[in-house]
Write a protein of this length. Sequence first.
Lengths: 108, 108
Amino acid sequence: MAARLKRDAHGLVPAIAQQYDTGEVLMLGWMDDEALHRTLTTGRCTYWSRSRQEYWVKGDTSGHVQHVKSVALDCDADTLLVKVDQVGAACHTGDRTCFDADVLPLAQ
Amino acid sequence: MAARLKRDAHGLVPAIAQQYDTGEVLMLGWMDDEALHRTLTTGRCTYWSRSRQEYWVKGDTSGHVQHVKSVALDCDADTLLVKVDQVGAACHTGDRTCFDADVLPLAQ
């Protein structure tokens, strides 16, 4: 499976985390092969932190754990969709999702 | 707004397209400043095609248009969530979403 994954120049693919029952898009993180392996085998969402350059088990510090329900690869094999059960807030700001605060104006 | 956007080395940010009413995650595309501007001002989702190196108005060839309902920037200003009304299939394979075909096995 790792052989099929099309990674970027940094060995990463974007991973969309979605609440499995409500459909809320919670956040986007990045995974390398090892983060994906850990996500699939531990049942806890694990990302690669680009800013800290380390693996990051979501919720280890905040308690806001993501329990993995399913993982799907897209048709181009370069994006992951991870359905999770999110404990508490997904966003470090305390918002439920990382997309709650900044809606852009449409000009139509 | 463009000043706030944190782009990658290629000037791009990932844009998650989500069906606005059902919550389905349809696909992930990439936008630069101009693609985002066109998306916000035309009401039609416009991406930058990394493979073809050109702007790509979703549905211009296939008819599978994405009508824009809302656009939000995430807390880090490096990811977009675009809620759309998708006409027909989002995926070039004919599947409704790009994540329908390839669910990965969990080992728990």
